[in-house]
Design a protein around this ligand. Sequence first.
Ligand code: ATP
Length: 440
Amino acid sequence: MNSTPDAIPDLLDKVTNLAKRRGFIFPSAEIYGGFRSTYDYGPLGVNMLRNVKQAWWRSMVQTRSDIVGIDAAILGPPAIWAASGHLETFTDPLVDCKRCKERWREDKIDGVCPNCGSTEFTEARAFNLMFKTQAGPVEGEGATAYLRPETAQGIFTNFANVLATVRKKPPFGIAQVGKSFRNEITPQNFVFRTREFEQMEMEYFVPPADADEWYRYWIDTRLAWYVDLGIPAEQLRLHEHLPEDLSHYSRGTTDVEFAFPWGFDELEGVANRGDYDLTQHAKASGVALDYFDPTTNERYTPFVIEPAAGATRAMMAFLLAAYHEDLVEGESRTVLRLDWRLAPYQVAVLPLSKKPELEDVSREVLGILQPHFMCDYDVTQSIGRRYRRQDEVGTPYCVTVDFDSLEDRAVTVRDRDTTEQVRVPIDGLLASLRERTGQS
Ligand code: ATP
């Protein structure tokens, strides 16, 4: 069952096609010919992306008492990005192919132009990835603003605000989920690398002496999150950066990598950022960003451990890992074996026929389930076809209402993975589904 992604030929194409065909992810502005690697999330995709973010928020904020959330602005003044180092160093090496004139990110092409095969390039120059814009109607230096290229800085700039309002003491964290923007030189591989994407980042502030221990803790915790949500452990690995490859702020970085169809690649980075960010913003703003420990009478600048994940990239990994083709009663089917917490719909209510007698009881069943589960309701085509359609979008349970339901007040629950069907009384349906999903 746990085939690795590269065991399925053309997996990336298959998932990309399914995503479009079934309303997960559409190329943006398609009616105008598309717009440079931007994507829109359709009716099923928006559910799944919300579920990914919700699963992260649940594990990072809801079920912990040491982490609080924030939602900071996307637009920011140059001062933030000067202090953080982004204005100067948030660059990728840009080269032009001398033959076909395509532009590439030098560190991603191994010296060969992916377009024409040439090995001759211009000298690499530093290309800043931040989107610059203008805030307000008057142009000029004072109006310059940037779209954030990461959510982290909005956490650092609010460190003192949060500390003053929620009375946390290190070790404690601030979490944020939201859009980030990077003018990537070569966006690629579906939603793996796009110019507009969503991040899930958490800055965990700790006494400096404990930083290494917390760094290890967050590497393990974050790896376990992906496994818990259904990615087979053998499709994940850790990659620790060599000291010479570390970013300017980092004292240690380990990536959680997933076996994408083109090889292992980054899902998330966990970094020990030391006191770099708080020190830089304190210096630049003149506002103290430190912590006074009343028990030891010591004032210090906490170190920061940062697990930084991509929500859209994680969604893609969950889709790839879930995609399977198997045989059911001699017929091939495509099935997304998504964890029920991530599936766009957790339950599909399917009246066996369109006959009006079944409508009332079907709507009644839907009404019982909808407050608790995201439900689809589908009356079109044969029941076999509808099961396949739900398998293909990862719906864990189908509830079929048939003519016997009118007599026995029971329905058939079908399991996506085993295709097993059991009869369940309508009165016990909610409890049964809650039990199956480990909620009772
Ligand atoms: P890379 O070196 O691949 O450009 P990075 O190491 O700079 O990425 P981080 O700054 O660590 O990436 O960002 C944290 C996470 O945000 C990444 O692990 C990834 O999941 C996500 N992410 C970063 N850039 C993009 C992008 N352009 N599109 C989609 N997700 C992204």
